[in-house]
Write a protein that binds this ligand. Structure first.
Ligand code: ZN
Length: 297
């Protein structure tokens, strides 16, 4: 796993150097924004390494719930930095649009960019194979992102190559603006994802439906579930709930029933951490309405 991430990180540095070289030679904003797009990959690979290192640590006394939320700090920061950089490039592209400038040595720049893109393509295909082998979502997401960048770069090279052929000086800044807009979108997703995680947003509807379906199998005259709450932290998913049962049940019977529910839930939703509070029918915990609250069943 780490081998793949280190290689993709090293490749990304080479790719950025090549793309920055293309920008430096040609003065094309399109090439500059394409280089920034590759910087997103370096950051993504670095972030994946960090996630594997920190989030994979087992819970300890200081962090009894584990370290999976660590990734949110890094992805929020990355999103902000990338977004600001993309906006800066978009501003530069708009300036170029208003005062068009010629691009130079386009052929050499295009060759550098194509070389960089071929490196990306090779690394992406190699990582996709690794992701299938290791069944890693992180690795697969990284590889898919690289593949998407291959298409972006192809579009950029085509657009910039057309500038000297057609004499359309506006084409280069327009390419730059389109790519910068795409990067801002990616940055926004990174930030939104971190905010959702830090704010304990519920699990996606598909997971909630799975939980509901499992609970539905256990619901009966005697068993009722309420106050179902879900959240996620990195790759870990949590669900908490009340299980209401007749007050005369023995603790042993109640615990056996609770275990069945927990087992069914963890079988259906991979990586789910289940917390079940056992309560008699018609009685709630203080935080959920208290003993004086009207019975809900
Ligand atoms: Zn309840």
């Amino acid at each position: 796993m780490r081998r793949y991430l280190y290689v993709s990180l090293a490749a990304a540095f080479v790719v950025i150097a090549l793309k920055l070289g293309a920008w430096h030679l040609t003065g094309s904003v399109g090439f500059l924004s394409d280089a920034l797009e590759s910087l997103v990959n370096v950051v993504a690979a670095g972030f994946a390494l960090l996630m594997v290192a920190i989030a994979g640590r087992p819970p300890d006394t200081d962090h009894p719930y584990g370290h999976t939320k660590a990734e949110y700090f890094s992805s929020a920061l990355e999103g902000l930095l990338i977004g600001v950089a993309a906006l800066g490039i978009a501003a530069e592209a708009v300036r170029r649009l208003l005062a068009p400038q010629p691009v130079h040595m386009v052929a050499v720049g295009a060759v550098l960019n194509v070389a960089a893109t071929l490196i990306n393509l090779a690394v992406a295909r190699w990582m996709l194979g690794g992701a299938r082998h290791l069944r890693s979502i992180v690795l697969e997401a990284d590889a898919r992102h690289l593949l998407a960048d291959v298409w972006t770069s192809a579009g950029v090279v085509l657009g910039v190559l057309l500038v000297p052929l057609t004499g359309w000086l506006w084409l280069d800044p327009v390419v730059g603006i389109v790519v910068a807009g795409h990067i801002v979108g990616e940055a926004w997703r990174l930030v939104a994802r971190s905010v959702d995680g830090l704010m304990d947003r519920s699990l996606p509807d598909s997971d909630l439906a799975e939980v509901e379906q499992v609970l539905g199998r256990f619901r009966s005259e005697n068993l009722r579930f309420d106050h179902v709450r879900t959240r996620r932290a990195g790759t870990r998913r949590f669900v908490g709930m009340h299980m209401h049962m007749p007050a005369h049940w023995s603790l042993g019977r109640a615990a056996a029933c609770r275990l069945q529910v927990e087992r069914a839930l963890t079988q259906h939703v991979a990586g789910l951490v289940v917390t079940i509070e056992m309560l008699p029918q018609g009685q709630e915990s203080l935080q959920d309405g208290g003993p004086d609250a009207p019975p809900t069943n």
